[in-house]
Design a protein around this ligand. Structure first.
Ligand code: TXA
Ligand code: MG
Length: 322
C-alpha cells in the first residue's frame, strides 16, 4: 500500500481507472474505491474488507450527468430535487439501475445506490479517474468506520493507494443518509445528518418512510451489530460504576461528572453535528489506547441528527447489551 498526498492524486486516479483499489477521504468517512464498471475490481473490495457479498456498495460520482448512465430511465423526479438540494454532500440515493451497473455492485438488487461526495479530494479523484467509483467505508467488515487515513492504515487491508486528507474528513464524521426512491415514496434506509425531516421538506409531494426497525433488506448499515471497536463498548448510565481501566466518552462538558481520567468529549456543548463529527475518532482513540480495557459511552437524544448517532451506537454496543 502506498500512502500519498493530494499532489500525487493523478497516479491513484489512473490506478483506480485500471482496476486498482484506492482509499480516499470523503466528508463522511474514508471510502475504499474501485472502478464501479469493472466487476473484478469491485470483487477486490469485498476481498480486502472481508465483506460478505450480500452487502451492496455505494457508487460515487463527481458530476450529476453521471446518473443518466447509472439509473434506469425514466429517472424519478425526486432524484433531481434531492440532488439539487443535497449534492455534493452526505446523501445517498437508491434508484432502479441501468444495465451498465454490474450486479456485483448491487448484490443482485435491481437498484443502485449513488452519492456525490463534497470532499475536494474525493471529487478530484473521481473526476480524474473518469469512471464512477464504487466505495464502502474503508474498514474491515463490522469494525469502526475510519475518519482519518491513520484509521485506514491500521486495518492492514490489501489496497494499492491510501490518500491523506484528514483536514476535511471530519466535517460530517458519520456515513451518509441512504434513501431509496420508488414511485411516490422515499424510504430512509440509513439515518444520517440529513434527516427525514430535511428530506420531507425537499420533496413534500412524496411519502417519506422511516421503517428502520423492520426493514428486510440485508445490508451492513442495517445489521444489528456493526461499527464495533475491538474492545467492549457499553452505554454509560447514571448508576454505572466505571473501573479504573475504562475509558469514557461524553457528549457535553457541563454535565460531565468525571468518571475516569480517560474521558473524551465529542462536544463541549452537546452540539449534535459536533458529536457526529467526533464520534468515530473518539472511539478510535479509545481503541488505540492500550490502558483502556473497556469503553463506556453516553447516549444522545434520538431526535433529528441524534437518530443517526444512536443508530451507530446501538449497533456498536449491540453485542455487549444485556
Ligand atoms: O458516507 C458514506 O455513505 C460512506 C462514504 C465512503 O461514501 N460509504 C458507506 O458505505 O458508508 P457502506 O458500504 O459502509 O454502506 C453502504 C450502505 C449500506 O447500508 C447499504 O445497505 C446501502 O448503503 N446500500 C448500498 N446499495 C444499496 C442498494 N442497492 N439498495 C439498498 N441499500 C443499498
Ligand atoms: Mg460501512
Amino acid at each position: 500500500m502506498k500512502i500519498i498526498s493530494e499532489n500525487e492524486l493523478l497516479e491513484a486516479a489512473i490506478c483506480l481507472r485500471n482496476g486498482g483499489l484506492v482509499a480516499f477521504p470523503t466528508e463522511t468517512v474514508y471510502g475504499l474505491g474501485a472502478n464501479a464498471l469493472n466487476p473484478i475490481a469491485v470483487a477486490g473490495i469485498f476481498n480486502a474488507k472481508k465483506r460478505p457479498n450480500f452487502d451492496p456498495l455505494i457508487v460515487h460520482i463527481s458530476d450529476l450527468s453521471q446518473i443518466e448512465a447509472l439509473f434506469a430511465h425514466p429517472i424519478n423526479e425526486a432524484v433531481y430535487k434531492l440532488a439539487e438540494q443535497f449534492w455534493p454532500g452526505p446523501l445517498t440515493i437508491v434508484h432502479r439501475k441501468s444495465a451498465l451497473v454490474p450486479s456485483i455492485v448491487t448484490s443482485d438488487l435491481d437498484a443502485v445506490a449513488v452519492r456525490m461526495p463534497s470532499h475536494p479530494i474525493a471529487q478530484k479523484l473521481i473526476h480524474q479517474s473518469g469512471v464512477p467509483v464504487a466505495a464502502p467505508s474503508a474498514n474491515r467488515f463490522g469494525q469502526l468506520s475510519p475518519t482519518s487515513y491513520k484509521h485506514v492504515a491500521k486495518q492492514n487491508m490489501e489496497i494499492d493507494y491510501l490518500i491523506k486528507g484528514d483536514e476535511l474528513t471530519k466535517a460530517v464524521g458519520i456515513e451518509s443518509t441512504v434513501v431509496a426512491i420508488e414511485n411516490r415514496t422515499c424510504t430512509v434506509l440509513r439515518p444520517g445528518v440529513i434527516t427525514a425531516e430535511d428530506i420531507e421538506k425537499c420533496i413534500p409531494d412524496f411519502e417519506v418512510l422511516t421503517p428502520i426497525k423492520n426493514i428486510k433488506l440485508v445490508s451492513p448499515g442495517l445489521l444489528q451489530s456493526h461499527y464495533s471497536p475491538l474492545k467492549p463498548l457499553y452505554y454509560l448510565n447514571d448508576n454505572t460504576v466505571v473501573s479504573e481501566f475504562a475509558g469514557v466518552i461524553l457528549h457535553k462538558k457541563e454535565h460531565g461528572k468525571k468518571y475516569s481520567d480517560k474521558t473524551i468529549f465529542t462536544s463541549e456543548t452537546g452540539n449534535l453535528l459536533e458529536v457526529a463529527a467526533n464520534l468515530f475518532s473518539s472511539l478510535h482513540l479509545m481503541e488505540e489506547d492500550d490502558a483502556v480495557k473497556a469503553i463506556y459511552i453516553a447516549k444522545t437524544t434520538e431526535k433529528g441528527i441524534g437518530r443517526a448517532i444512536m443508530d451507530r451506537l446501538n449497533k456498536a454496543t449491540f453485542q455487549y447489551q444485556k
